[in-house]
Unconditional design. Structure first.
Length: 319
């Protein structure tokens, strides 16, 4: 039986609210959503770096310098992809930055600026070039003690992609996946006017959550990921320090661009790009997006929007 009444499921995963909504489907929607939930929880159980018993947590805890460490084919494939992207963006994205993230600790009740000496010491335990991958044995070899990998920059996007595959195999024709603001839009949006375009609101940087800078309309089968300085930050002596660190310097990205939204067909790539583009800045970030066939939107606290160009645009602003 075909049904066009939306049905969904809300979960709390990856320390955020996640939602899957089926818009056009046949069969047992509950069974499909249950399978999607299992898939999403599997990804969390594999990638949660803060769980010492997750597969990633075990690797971070048990690996030894110079000794190859074997992981599952699924985890290896994702980590290898993250590593290759780090090389392509000259380290603007780097999953080995976790020692620096822990040092800055933006979740502390009273965050503080670490000493330059502490930052230099943490950077000795960071750097994608300090991890060697062996595709034949699917092992990682870390060159330094205390190194660790954090997949937080791609975890929600990877989970969204896995859930999208689950929906596709179940024959779902239209669905939206929203994992903490990282989106994947499957099929055409069942709008009354029949355009099939998905409406997506863009957060206004510096404003309260829910205040929008604008709205865009997207074609089907696209992912959306955003990065911004407005989400987590602290201020000391008039200076603002945002939670997104530049792995190349060990310091938060300087004030300037406040938010970027990336649109492309791959949810993992969208998350990787959104982080790297925010670190690189508007000009170099736009070039990186173009090189990967992605389109991005830059927004500032004044509500001004700048959209990069593609020969075949993936979205347009709504009137």
């Amino acid at each position: 039986m075909c049904c066009d009444i939306p049905v969904g499921r809300r979960l709390f995963l990856y320390n955020t609210v996640c939602e899957i909504i089926l818009h056009d489907y046949t069969g047992d929607a509950g069974a499909v959503l249950g399978a999607c939930e299992m898939t999403a929880r599997h990804v969390q159980d594999m990638l949660n770096a803060y769980d010492p018993e997750s597969e990633l947590g075990r690797m971070n805890r048990l690996h030894r310098p110079g000794v190859p460490y074997a992981v599952s084919a699924e985890l290896y494939t994702l980590l290898r992809r993250m590593d290759r992207f780090s090389a392509r963006c000259q380290g603007a994205y780097d999953a080995t930055v976790r020692p620096l993230v822990e040092l800055w600790d933006f979740t502390a009740p009273q965050p503080a600026i670490p000493s330059r000496r502490a930052i230099r010491a943490a950077m000795e335990r960071c750097g994608y070039s300090r991890v060697r991958y062996d595709d034949g044995t699917q092992t990682l070899t870390f060159s330094e003690p205390g190194m660790s990998i954090d997949a937080g920059g791609v975890g929600k996007g990877y989970a969204a992609g896995c859930v999208a595959e689950c929906l596709h195999h179940a024959g779902i024709r239209s669905a939206s996946i929203n994992f903490g603001g990282e989106l994947y839009l499957l099929g055409a949006y069942p709008s009354a006017e029949g355009s099939g375009l998905w409406p997506v609101a863009v957060q206004k940087p510096g404003a309260a959550r829910g205040v929008k800078a604008g709205r865009i309309l997207l074609a089907q089968d696209l992912a959306v990921a955003s990065s911004g300085s407005y989400d987590r930050f602290f201020r000391i002596d008039g200076e603002t320090y945002c939670h997104i660190l530049d792995p190349r310097t060990g310091w938060p990205v300087p004030a300037g661009m406040e938010g970027v939204t990336v649109v492309c067909g791959d949810p993992v790539l969208a998350e990787l790009l959104s982080t790297a583009i925010f670190v690189l800045g508007r000009e170099d970030g736009a070039a990186l997006a173009l090189a990967h066939g992605a389109q991005c939107l830059f927004a500032d606290s004044n509500g001004e929007i700048c959209i990069t160009e593609l020969p075949q645009p993936l979205f347009r602003t709504a009137n």
